[in-house]
Design a protein around this ligand. Structure first.
Ligand code: PLP
Ligand code: COI
Length: 341
């Protein structure tokens, strides 16, 4: 089969339908075998728990071509574990890790012609998700669940690509202490929609959230963890129980230490220290690393020394090294790259 006729180089981060999705149902205490379906619509009872009480969580990972023409995914075991953590927190049936990885492989294979060609900068975004599918009216978990995976080809998450972005400090909170900030629950993103729409209207690409209890420490943005580089070249990343444990960030910490010989520190980062860093970036599956050039704090700009023109040298090197590992130009740590075809 030939690749689909898509303008790969100009894709943005937008949904488009593909050929097949994966569906599995949990009922009477067990997951069925799962199957591929061509229908991308779902029919559910109007009282399904997902509609009434937002019982849903998701994951995001990418399939892409490597330099030697293989189609691979990156550390899917960590997505599987995180989805299961999210599910348990929301009182949903966790999907076993081997079932998750097998399903991802199946659905990518079924849509292999949508995997962008090597070097295009695009990827096939994989969105596994799970929701309470049976009806409840009293506040309670569902007793039936659906685990689905859709895939869609995407380009860069921020239209700026690797150009630095301008963000603002947000006055609203993303997640409460001891709440659901550490899991990938749909409800966390519902909470962020008003804030992101407002940020975009005002010309900012994202929101910087501070800790909800004291508004003293940096948390994350609506869809990515923060990376900071000190003036003496150390990588610093915020420690918090209410941010998502980003797989990209955890991988970059290893890359920084083991491949680039950098010192790496995960600790609470005070907002008033932000002005002292040499480089600042966001990291996540969708953006890999996106540099930040300026942060608006209630009308006052914090100008990051690396500026608004290009990514700084340290984050640039980190980004390039991770992408070299992902695309097979540098040897990956054991188990990081899982071959699909
Ligand atoms: N933080 C939030 C809130 C996210 O939605 C994401 C995206 O998945 C990330 C961080 C980055 O996580 P990962 O690197 O696992 O994609
Ligand atoms: C990411 O992959 O970094 C994301 O933020 C995904 C987003 C679309 C929820």
């Amino acid at each position: 089969m030939a690749k689909k006729n898509i303008d790969w180089a100009n894709l943005s981060f937008e949904y488009q339908p593909t050929d097949m999705s994966y569906v599995s149902q949990w009922k009477d205490g067990v997951w069925d075998d799962g199957q591929l379906v061509a229908d991308s619509n779902i029919t559910l009872n109007e009282c399904a728990c997902v509609f009434q009480y937002a019982q849903t969580c998701f994951e995001g990972l990418k399939a892409y071509e490597t330099v030697d023409g293989k189609v691979v995914i990156f550390r899917p075991d960590l997505n599987a574990q995180r989805l299961a953590d999210s599910a348990r927190t929301l009182e949903m049936a966790p999907v076993p890790e081997d079932k998750f990885i097998e399903a991802v492989k199946q659905v990518v294979k079924a849509n292999i012609d949508y995997v962008p060609p090597y070097g295009s900068g695009a990827a096939l975004y994989i969105r596994p998700f799970e929701f309470g599918s049976s009806a409840v009216i009293g506040v309670a978990p569902a007793d039936e669940y659906q685990f689905r995976i859709l895939v869609t080809p995407v380009g860069p998450y921020f239209k700026e690509g690797v150009k630095p972005i301008y963000i603002r400090v947000c006055d609203c909170d993303r997640a409460a202490p001891h709440g659901t900030g550490h899991i990938k629950a749909g409800l966390n993103y519902a909470m962020s929609l008003h804030n992101i729409v407002e940020a975009h209207k005002l010309g900012f690409a994202e929101n910087m959230y501070l800790d909800a209890a004291t508004r003293t420490y940096v948390e994350e943005t609506g869809g990515a963890n923060f990376l900071f580089v000190t003036k003496d070249g150390k990588l610093v990343t915020p420690e918090s129980d209410s941010i998502l444990p980003s797989i990209t960030r955890r991988s970059l910490m290893i890359v920084a230490e083991k491949y680039l010989g950098m010192e790496v520190e995960q600790r609470k980062v005070r907002f008033d220290e932000v002005k002292d860093f040499a480089e600042i970036g966001l990291c996540g599956t969708a953006a890999v690393i996106s540099p930040i050039g300026k942060i608006n704090d209630h009308g006052t700009d914090i100008e990051v020394p690396s500026g608004m023109d290009e990514i700084g040298p340290v984050l640039g090197k980190l980004r390039e090294t991770l992408i070299d590992i992902q695309e097979g130009r540098l040897e990956a740590p054991e188990g990081w790259i899982v071959e699909i075809k």
